[in-house]
Design a protein around this ligand. Structure first.
Ligand SMILES: C[S@@+](CC[C@H](N)C(=O)[O-])C[C@H]1O[C@@H](n2cnc3c(N)ncnc32)[C@H](O)[C@@H]1O
Length: 304
């Protein structure tokens, strides 16, 4: 494992020494839990890459391509105070409907789960908290499944009899998730979530980094409210101040995210904020440094 991580860091250092310096700050933080999780991940991931005649070098290149996108989006964001795309159609044309872009983006994103401290922390929070919902989750839905890492963890944690469904608008994401998970217990749907409705209600819904991809996050949360069973739970994550090629909706701070959750009729059971850099939350908001927010929420009780 150490060998694989060192290989990745060395390769990144040779190609992008500035980014490598930033990444290396994370190393001190990673503990034994990280080592175990990353070890299992890279073993599996390298095998999947090999089956597709790809190598770890290919995945590193994808990651660096994603970083180049983030850097140019960040320059624009700091200059204008806005994300570069403002409509779903723009992002659909620019990203979701372009397999070559989605391909490097999703490989880059899955690598970031083990290279960025805040991405790893969120995954760890999910893995530690989901078991508490195991008994009451008979049906599970993931919206915007992307690379499939979160779904693969849900599959490991939830009961064998739980039904699992995944929805994503991108053909490339669905193909990648399928190759990463390869389990016929999962029903995959290539669909815009706004069009998805088979009449089923779910006990648990996961929505990882999708809210910032829509024009109206409140509308998406209301859609999800309708897909959730009465005692169901939603786990969602979304960042503040995080420019990317497919981000549309800008959350300026965590309060704005919490307010929208409340407005959609949810109450928070547990929540976490993970900073993308070693600064205080106040400084992050002031200097527009990303915070990744995640929460387990349920339908709020209606009080008379
Ligand atoms: C940034 S990725 C997130 C992947 C993964 N959930 C995670 O947390 O890392 C966003 C995913 O949501 C999908 N997506 C975006 N808008 C969507 C929509 N309206 N309906 C369904 N999927 C959507 C994209 O295709 C992409 O696979």
């Amino acid at each position: 494992m150490e060998q694989t991580i060192n290989y990745i860091y060395n390769k990144i250092e040779a190609i992008n020494p500035i980014h490598s310096k930033k990444l290396k700050k994370n190393i001190a933080f990673f503990d034994e839990r990280y080592d175990k999780l990353a070890d299992a991940f890279f073993k599996k991931y390298i095998q999947i890459l090999q089956l597709q005649n790809k190598t770890l070098d290919y995945a590193i290149d994808c990651y660096l391509q994603m970083i180049a996108d983030v850097n140019s989006e960040t320059i624009e964001f700091l200059r204008t105070g806005k994300y570069t795309s403002s409509t779903f159609e723009e992002v659909n044309q620019r990203v979701y409907a372009r397999p070559e872009t989605m391909e490097y983006y999703m490989h880059g994103l899955i690598m970031s789960q083990f290279l960025w401290k805040h991405h790893y922390q969120m995954l760890d929070y999910f893995i530690n908290t989901l078991p508490g919902y195991r008994n009451k989750t008979k049906s599970y839905l993931e919206i915007g499944v992307g690379h499939g890492l979160y779904l693969s963890k849900a599959l490991e944690i939830l009961d064998d009899k739980t039904t699992l469904t995944a929805v994503d608008i991108s053909r490339t994401s669905i193909a990648l998730a399928k190759s990463f998970i390869n389990d016929d217990r999962i029903a995959y749907n290539l669909e815009n979530i706004y069009d998805y409705n088979n009449g089923e209600k779910f006990d648990f819904i996961t929505l990882g980094e999708v809210l910032e991809h829509v024009e109206n996050p409140l509308q998406l949360l209301l859609k999800i409210y309708g897909l959730l069973s009465d005692n169901g739970v939603l786990f969602f994550t979304t960042p503040t101040n995080a420019p990317a090629i497919d981000h549309i909706y800008l959350f300026n701070n965590v309060n704005e995210i919490q307010a929208i959750i409340k407005a959609a009729g949810f109450e928070i059971e547990s929540e976490r904020s993970f900073l993308s850099e070693e600064v205080s939350p106040e400084k992050a908001e002031k200097f527009k440094i990303a915070i990744l927010y995640g929460a387990f929420v349920k339908k709020a009780k209606i009080t008379q």
